[in-house]
Design a protein around this ligand. Structure first.
Ligand SMILES: CC(C)(COP(=O)(O)OP(=O)(O)OC[C@H]1O[C@@H](n2cnc3c(N)ncnc32)[C@H](O)[C@@H]1OP(=O)(O)O)[C@@H](O)C(=O)NCCC(=O)NCCSC(=O)C[C@@H](O)CCCCCCCCCCCCC(=O)O
Length: 663
């Protein structure tokens, strides 16, 4: 097993013999060298194997060049040898995506010479004995011509365009294409020189630092802890064999699919007959399509459907996914508590309601946690596991383990309005609306955020999710109503600035993509092609005039700083409140749940990169200009971190601990 270079060493002194001369020496050896690949050979591990004259892999082995995911390229000759061995198109696929391939796929590519189910080393030794007398000249990959399709220039042009589009500003995938192009167009030695130059640029880049930080952050979130001191390594989960999902709307369907695909028996409950029929059909379709993609049988028989909540009596864990309404959810939790066996874990897929209020409806509040999935729930990697004041470590450990089993990256967070993800989204959305009031357009704000690397700007995202979702929440909160005295939408609520723009669009029936109109216009309801809408621009002009707002020129920097820094400030408050245990939790939530560009590491890592003093100074500046927007007021923890000399992100937990102990 070889997972490549030690990523931890990249920031400092690298130990061990230099890899490139070692691989050259192996390749130049006069005796045959056979690589025996057991487990995994990734990155430098595979590059070493490519320097050998033959490669034998165990059938369960996986190989790949994942450097691109760390902001790098295969810098020990991998970008030059792989295309010579398996051809340019296949090498481009593996190197620009970093995907791991199975031994069977590697054999098909010609990446390995043989696969075995037996002891790989023994098989490799026998193989070496067999080929001992064979000439080696034809086995040195660096001497191979690079097999290219005749239209190689067109191929690289197309690949480069595709990679640029999907990279969202990441530089490593582009450098990977450039390195493979060097393999295709230059002699080996010159190609190696190009690989070295490109690697040198990537190696010291901020993006590589961000991606390598994120690699460890993803793993760190598994080592969860609760303010009570309960931790991942001292809290044992209980096995879950049978689960139930209550409510088969969009979220419930996705959760059912995720559970069934992972092999769990699922009881799927929907009380409305018509909804149930539609859900059955939709779930079967999702399972069939997923199974076809993965080349397995669809897990249709894992699901039992029912209309009656009594059918969940014997399950180990229930995930409630009914409509986002506290009264309805409370009723469901009361019923579940009466119906289920006493040991059943009761979980809610609420995206921000109070878990404690739900726990209070049950006999065993310690078995209640939030399991907040992200739509589409069978696709999105993120799961927020939300513990309330009564949730037991057992319940958290069980939900975290279930998340892992269904392939999610699970992050344990505390209970507050919106938890981590949606709580931080609020100031971000709010700033975007204020920017419209002050003169920006939805397309400009979105363009800036998309150039930063978000898959979608805030307004395109709102149109996709449906403007009515937030509207209903604001109405329930008593926000989206006109001023009772004037009947006019008010721009001040509870002493704070409030933008009724979203409410006004909803009143016009503009709910986004589904109605064909929102912040943008669409050809027809359901279409995904957003076009700027002249109606919206006039509406904004009239709105500004009605409220005596003078539009001013808003630039790129102001959009980014106000949207991102207000969100980051909320992130610091979340850390201060103990809702997230560390900055890694927030960053993982934002990358996996909200399409934050991974090459910026996550919002908290980004803040560290920009410089905490700069974030503080800009927040102070904007807060002075907008004193009625409390989310712009720099929070205590941010000030404390700056006062402590802006320590590196890995040291923030120490400052957080101090701040919390003083509260
Ligand atoms: C390997 C995995 C698939 C295993 O997954 P699994 O789920 O089983 O387990 P975990 O992921 O939880 O891992 C367990 C544990 O191990 C840690 N770990 C795993 N891999 C590494 C690693 N490569 N380095 C360090 N630590 C690792 C992991 O963090 C876990 O520990 P933790 O405490 O965090 O829980 C999976 O782990 C995986 O996918 N790993 C990463 C594999 C990978 O990406 N490999 C590529 C590494 S990069 C590389 O190999 C580079 C090569 O191309 C060599 C380049 C040559 C260098 C030349 C240098 C030129 C520099 C030029 C600079 C010029 C500058 C100048 O001019 O000044």
């Amino acid at each position: 097993m070889h997972s490549g270079a030690d990523i931890k060493e990249f920031g400092g002194q690298m130990s061990g013999p230099p890899l490139i001369p070692m691989i050259h020496a192996i390749e130049a050896a006069s005796k045959p060298v056979v690589a025996a690949i057991e487990g995994i050979a990734l990155g430098g591990g595979l590059e070493l194997a490519l320097g050998c004259h033959y490669r034998i892999a165990h059938s369960k082995a996986r190989v790949g060049l994942p450097e691109v995911t760390l902001g790098l390229l295969p810098g020990a000759g991998g970008s030059q040898r792989l295309p010579r061995l398996i051809g340019v198109p296949a090498a481009l696929d593996l190197i620009t995506t970093g995907r791991h391939v199975t031994a069977a796929e590697a054999l098909k590519f010609g990446l390995v010479d043989q696969i075995t189910d037996h002891n790989t080393v023994n098989v490799a030794v026998k193989f070496a004995q067999r080929v001992a007398d064979q000439p080696l000249d034809a086995r040195r990959i660096s001497t191979y011509p690079c097999l290219c399709p005749s239209d190689v220039a067109v191929l690289f042009e197309e690949v480069m365009q595709r990679v640029r589009r999907t990279a969202r500003g990441a530089i490593a995938p582009i450098a990977c294409v450039q390195a493979v192009r060097a393999a295709a167009t230059l002699p080996y030695n010159q190609g190696m020189e190009r690989e070295r130059e490109l690697m040198a640029t990537l190696f010291t880049s901020g993006q590589a630092r961000a991606l390598q930080y994120f690699f460890f952050a993803q793993r760190a979130v598994g080592r969860w802890s609760m303010p009570s001191g309960a931790r991942w390594d001292t809290s044992k989960p209980r096995p879950v064999h049978k689960a139930a999902v209550i409510g088969l709307g969009t979220m419930g369907r996705g959760i059912t699919v995720a559970l069934a695909q992972a092999g769990f028996s699922v009881v799927a409950v929907e009380t409305q007959e018509k909804q149930l029929m539609e859900a059955k059909q939709a779930i079967s379709g999702m399972l069939e399509r997923g199974a076809k993609r993965r080349g397995v049988a669809p897990a249709l028989d894992k699901i039992n459907y029912g209309r009656n909540i009594q059918s969940v009596a014997d399950v180990d864990l229930v995930i409630e996914a009914v409509f986002e309404d506290m009264a309805l959810k409370k009723k469901v939790f009361q019923q579940l508590s009466a119906v289920c066996k006493p040991s059943t874990f009761l979980c809610s897929n609420t995206s921000g309601l109070d878990i404690d209020q739900l726990a209070c409806q049950t006999r065993n509040p310690e078995l209640v946690v939030g399991m907040h999935f992200f739509a589409p729930a069978h696709v999105m990697k993120l799961l927020e596991v939300v513990y309330g004041p009564k949730s037991s470590p057992l319940a958290v450990a069980t939900a975290m383990q279930l998340g892992k089993k269904i392939g999610k990256v699970s992050v344990a967070v505390g209970n507050c309005r919106g938890f981590v993800g949606n709580r931080m989204l609020k100031p971000y959305l709010e700033q975007a609306l204020f920017l419209l009031e002050e003169g920006a357009t939805p397309e400009f704000v979105d363009q800036v955020l998309e150039e930063f690397g978000f898959a979608m700007g805030v307004f395109r995202m709102s149109d996709l999710s449906g403007l009515d979702v937030g509207w209903k929440v604001r109405m329930a909160d008593g926000l989206a109503m006109p001023d009772p005295t004037t009947g006019q939408p008010t721009r001040l609520r509870q002493g704070r600035r409030y933008s009724p723009l979203g409410d006004l669009l909803c009143e016009q029936g503009r709910f986004g993509q589904k109605t064909g109109r929102g912040w943008y216009q669409y050809d027809k309801p359901g279409s995904q092609v957003a076009k700027p809408d002249p109606w919206l621009h006039s509406f904004l002009d009239e709105y500004r005039a009605r409220h005596a707002l003078v539009a001013h020129r808003i630039d790129h920097q102001e959009v980014l700083e106000r949207c991102l820094y207000s969100m980051i400030n909320e992130g610091f408050r979340i850390l201060e409140d103990g809702i997230a245990a560390g900055p890694e939790d927030i960053d993982v939530i934002y990358v996996f749940g909200y399409s934050w560009p991974r090459h910026h590491g996550g919002p908290m890592f980004y803040a560290a990169t920009v410089g905490l003093n700069k974030v503080l100074e800009r927040l102070e500046h904007y807060y002075q200009a907008h004193p009625d927007v409390p989310s712009l007021q720099p929070c205590h923890l941010l000030r404390k971190l700056v006062a402590s000399g802006s320590p590196p992100i890995q040291k923030w937990r120490e400052v957080i601990k101090k701040v919390r102990s003083q509260l």
